[in-house]
Design a protein around this ligand. Structure first.
Ligand code: HEC
Length: 135
């Protein structure tokens, strides 16, 4: 009898712990998405538009119109997170790319705080861009 109660207590404890960690990780995901959106609105919307379609108010002053960020071409059927992350960081120089109109955010974010936070912020923005993709 005591063994049965013991087993039930263990199972309940497991369920509660599981639920706790599940909700915690969900909160983390939500926090990252909110942060990505806030950063996007702060740093990117002036050119790429609040809706990501490229109609920001700075556009008339640019040599090249910013692309529609809601239609990033998929690679192998998936959103190219790594390419976008590196593109935003802008620290990988591609000679053929020539002169870029897009600011080098990696440098700006790194100067603002530090390398880890820079990576997290670019990760959050990349996630946000992934979330606004139109299929
Ligand atoms: C000063 C205007 C400007 C701002 C601000 C800006 N961009 Fe851009 N972005 C551009 C332009 C213009 C391009 C097109 C490529 C080029 O000429 O540099 C571009 C290209 C991109 C691309 C490439 C899309 C692809 O399919 O390769 C991504 C991703 C991107 N921007 C994300 C961002 C993010 C994220 C931010 C904010 C952190 C941002 N941009 C802020 C002007 C801007």
């Amino acid at each position: 009898m005591t063994r049965k109660i013991f087993t039930i207590v263990i199972i309940l404890a497991g369920l509660i712990l599981g639920a706790y960690f599940f909700m915690r990780s969900n909160d983390t995901v939500l926090a990252i998405n909110d942060r990505g959106k806030a950063l996007y609105n702060q740093y990117c919307a002036s050119c790429h538009g609040v809706d990501g379609k490229g109609g920001g108010y700075v556009v008339p002053a640019l040599k090249k119109a910013p692309p529609d960020l809601t239609r990033i071409p998929f690679e192998n059927g998936k959103f190219p997170s790594l390419r976008i992350h590196q593109y935003i960081a802008g620290e990988v120089t591609i000679a053929a790319h020539g002169e870029k109109d897009m600011p080098v955010w990696g440098m700006i974010f790194r100067r603002k705080y530090d390398n880890t936070k820079k990576e997290l912020d670019i990760f959050a923005i990349t996630r946000y861009i992934e979330s606004i993709q139109q299929k």
